[in-house]
Design a protein around this ligand. Structure first.
Ligand SMILES: COc1ccc2nc(C(=O)O)sc2c1
Length: 247
């Protein structure tokens, strides 16, 4: 997959050179480039914003600068099919694991990180008409950030780890929170067996795999019911067996 991130703060995306995403880039599993939006400004102050039509506080990012930048980055991608222009926005659809799975199937992601009061609305409107490009405005949660860069970090990590070969053991993608089971993850333990007078649950050292599996499922159901009942409500009825309903 090819990912391009456009921002006025390229250094904010430095964490994408580290760890799992960094390794995926080095190995060629992920082709990612970060671009400084100011490279497409034309004035000596490298201006990217202006005052909002209709008045109000703050500044709005100019469509002309974004248009030149996105035209360049999108290129004359003849087979532009499967390109998602992703715009982090507090007014966007909520980004979930399902969103990450959908985006992981795209041929290409271009993330446009806004700042100030946001990007002129005509940018998303214009690129939504471009053949082969789908525009999605997404929010990573019900709080407001100062710009799209943090959201871009979240989106890139959540998507990259779903790409084949990026995570060492694909099995681990199944059991984690918000994974295929649709439940929160069960509690995990490691050595030492006793720590500050706190023991590890006996079943986990019993060697009885069926009991361990059941215990983990029960703890995941309990946690989900206590912390995210909305996830339980979304589960298909057949996703819970008779044993599950006992919890
Ligand atoms: C101006 O650009 C912004 C500002 C706030 C913001 N908040 C987001 C969120 O996902 O909560 S994305 C985002 C982009």
């Amino acid at each position: 997959m090819r990912i391009d991130v456009l921002t006025i703060f390229p250094d904010y995306l430095a964490p994408l050179e580290l760890s799992l995403v960094g390794k995926a880039r080095q190995s060629g599993l992920l082709d990612l480039a970060v671009h400084d939006l100011r490279a497409w400004t034309t004035d000596r102050h490298r201006t990217v914003d202006d005052t909002p039509f209709g008045g109000g506080a703050g500044m709005v990012m100019r469509p002309d600068v974004w248009g030149t930048a996105l035209d360049t980055v999108l290129g004359d991608d003849a087979d532009g099919d499967g390109t998602v222009l992703l715009v982090p926005s507090p007014a966007g659809e909520v980004f979930t694991q399902r969103t990450a799975e959908e985006l992981a199937g795209a041929r290409r992601l271009v993330l446009a990180c806004g700042r100030y009061e946001g990007i002129d609305a005509r940018v998303a409107e214009h690129y939504a008409t471009r053949p082969g490009v789908t525009v999605r405005e997404v929010s990573i949660g019900d709080y407001v950030l100062n710009g799209g860069e943090v959201a871009a970090l979240v989106v890139v990590e959540a998507v990259a780890r779903l790409l084949p070969g990026v995570v060492g053991n694909p099995e681990s993608l199944v059991e984690e929170s918000h994974g295929a089971a649709g439940l929160l993850e069960y509690p995990v333990y490691t050595k030492p067996p006793a720590w500050r007078d706190l023991p590890v649950p006996e079943v986990l050292t019993s060697g009885h795999h069926a009991k361990v599996t059941r215990w983990r499922r029960d703890r995941a159901l309990e946690r989900t019911a206590a912390r995210r009942p909305d996830l339980l409500e979304r589960l298909a009825p057949e996703a819970l067996d008779r044993e599950d309903r006992r919890v």
